[in-house]
Design a protein around this ligand. Structure first.
Ligand SMILES: Nc1ncnc2c1ncn2[C@@H]1O[C@H](COP(=O)(O)OP(=O)(O)OP(=O)(O)O)[C@@H](O)[C@H]1O
Ligand SMILES: [Mg+2]
Length: 258
């Protein structure tokens, strides 16, 4: 699903060259929950942004579902990102003068809104527990609620891949649990592939793929796991549920309070 081959990324700042990624190889099968972990400055966000086509590697190639991000034109890349990738950031990146439902609909604003889209946005917000907050603006929402709006915004396009950069970094642990419950449900029900950067390993389960990055390189155990994953991909990773079962409306209802 995602194939990263010998990816390097260097930044030039002034006369200094920073080698943020120094030869990354990994493969992430469809429907996987993958975590990128490692110390501050090790290159986690850089890798995540490259996977989402927000930036291009200096060397190497990245394929996401048979699309080669490294050779795609700028405009194809924009369309790919807009239609296929859901981004969730640590700082929720909501637009402050728009309501919750308008923020969810932001990806579609350039193309115009339809009643169906508005209905879908409202359903998604209901599914993340914000059915009674549709017309609240970000300052009228708690941090966890804002993050759930950001998740609904990432989901409305039914992305094949969701990329999250420390999605619970600014939330208390209970709210963090809730955010991960929503993300897990996405993985299980919608077969979405998730790649999440985190400093908090307590959300990682034994089934997850862990890519441990240090100094711009994957540590060996990360590589071993990535290889296991490759084997799994080659024998055919069984989807838990087909994508045709998606979007029936009931796919995302929460179990209620834990
Ligand atoms: N636009 C840029 N220009 C120059 N250097 C950059 C740029 N973006 C990142 N870097 C450098 O690349 C390295 C990797 O940065 P990155 O943001 O990927 O780290 P990270 O692992 O996400 O860290 P953190 O956990 O603190 O978020 C760092 O040394 C950083 O200073
Ligand atoms: Mg980062």
């Amino acid at each position: 699903m995602i194939e990263v081959v010998n990816v390097r990324k260097s930044y030039r700042s002034g006369d200094r060259q920073v080698e943020a990624l120094r030869g990354i190889d990994c493969r992430i099968a469809k429907g996987r929950f993958a975590f990128i972990v490692g110390p501050s400055g090790s290159g986690k966000s850089t890798l995540l942004y490259l996977l989402g086509g927000l930036d291009r590697p200096s060397e190497g190639s990245i394929r996401v579902e048979d699309q080669d991000l490294t050779t795609m034109s700028e405009s194809d890349m924009n369309v790919f990102r807009r239609d296929k990738i859901g981004f969730i950031f640590q700082a929720f990146n909501l637009i402050s003068n728009l309501t919750a439902i308008e923020n969810v609909l932001v990806p579609f604003l350039p193309r115009g809104l339809t009643p169906e889209l508005k209905q879908r946005a409202s359903e998604l917000l209901t599914q993340v527990g914000l059915g009674d907050r549709l017309d609240h603006r970000p300052y009228q929402l708690s941090g966890g609620e804002q993050q759930r709006v950001a998740i609904a915004r990432a989901l409305i396009k039914d992305p094949i891949l969701v990329l999250a950069d420390e999605p619970t970094g600014e939330l208390d642990s209970r709210t963090g649990d809730e955010i991960y419950r929503i993300l897990r449900r996405m993985q299980n029900v919608r077969q979405t592939t998730l790649v999440v950067v985190t400093h908090d390993r307590r959300f990682i389960t034994p089934d997850d793929l862990v890519l441990e990055i240090q100094d711009g390189q994957l540590k060996s155990d990360g590589l071993v796991e990535a290889q296991d994953d490759l084997a799994e991909a080659e024998i055919g990773f069984e989807p838990r549920l087909s994508r045709s079962n998606l979007l029936e409306g009931k796919d995302f209802i929460d179990d209620g309070p834990n």
